[in-house]
Design a protein around this ligand. Structure first.
Ligand SMILES: C[S@@+](CC[C@H](N)C(=O)[O-])C[C@H]1O[C@@H](n2cnc3c(N)ncnc32)[C@H](O)[C@@H]1O
Length: 239
């Protein structure tokens, strides 16, 4: 081979190597960072949360001021008038919903019960530790969203925040939520939006498609609002 041939071959080899490494890095980033292991299965998502649990609250920086408006206000609006309401928080993470309920004076005389479900042992342990010295009763359950270990018609309200996109079968999860809600019960659930949501290939639903999916499992209505920069909040009811 002449000098030019050898040089050309070397350049092509180096370029191919670079393209391969960039593609591999992009694939790993998509698999583990953008979609957080969703396409590998529940085990990968849960492992990711087990590994990242200690950093979760620091990354999210939730504050009582924000949560009062974004999370607690809708909960009060839906179950605030009920005597001893039962609320299920699916994928509670580090206990966002029960923790901020316990911080808000409007829940000081809350006589209901909160059940907080979460499959990551590390996230669940952090949630329990955060609430260990707080006088607010929570029933902690280590479990994925399907199947839900509760009888039909058990809860007045279900919250599921920033989590549905990671569940292996979103329709099955919505069906389980509908099953364990009492008649007249409320589902409050988020749907990821923005460019990252579109990277969940084959799983991303538009607002309209998401509402139709909720109706298709038996809910009687579904109304969505812009909630955070990259999420919608949808409120639905079971007849
Ligand atoms: C982004 S965090 C949201 C946590 C909490 N809801 C919040 O808003 O801070 C997503 C949570 O979903 C949980 N999760 C992942 N796969 C799940 C599944 N199949 N069933 C239930 N929870 C799951 C993760 O362990 C993680 O705690």
């Amino acid at each position: 081979m002449d000098t030019f041939g050898t040089t050309g071959f070397t350049i092509i080899l180096i370029l191919s190597g670079v393209v391969f490494i960039v593609a591999l890095a992009a694939f790993i980033y998509w698999t583990w960072v953008i979609t957080e292991g969703t396409y590998l299965g529940s085990w990968a998502v849960i492992l990711g949360y087990d590994i990242m649990a200690d950093k979760y609250d620091g990354i999210k920086e939730f504050t009582l001021d924000d949560e009062s408006i974004l999370v607690l206000e809708p909960i009060l609006g839906e179950i605030g008038d009920l005597a001893e309401p039962r609320l299920l928080d699916i994928a509670t993470g580090t206990g966002r919903v029960p923790y901020f309920m316990a911080q808000d004076p409007r829940f000081a005389h809350f006589t209901g019960r909160v059940t907080a479900l979460e499959p990551s042992q590390k996230m669940l342990t952090l949630a329990q530790q955060k609430m260990a010295d707080i006088d607010f009763h929570v029933n902690w359950v280590r479990q994925t969203a399907v199947p839900l270990p509760f009888p039909d018609n058990s809860f007045d309200m279900i919250t599921c925040l920033e989590a549905l996109e990671f569940f292996p079968d979103q329709t099955a999860a919505l069906r389980e939520m509908h099953r364990v809600l009492k008649p007249n019960g409320t589902l409050m659930i988020t749907r990821r939006t923005g460019w990252e949501a579109k990277m969940f290939f084959g799983r991303h639903l538009t607002r309209e498609e998401f509402e139709l999916r909720i109706l298709s499992v038996g809910f009687s209505d579904a109304m969505s609002f812009l909630w955070e920069t990259i999420y919608d909040l949808t409120i639905a009811h079971k007849m």
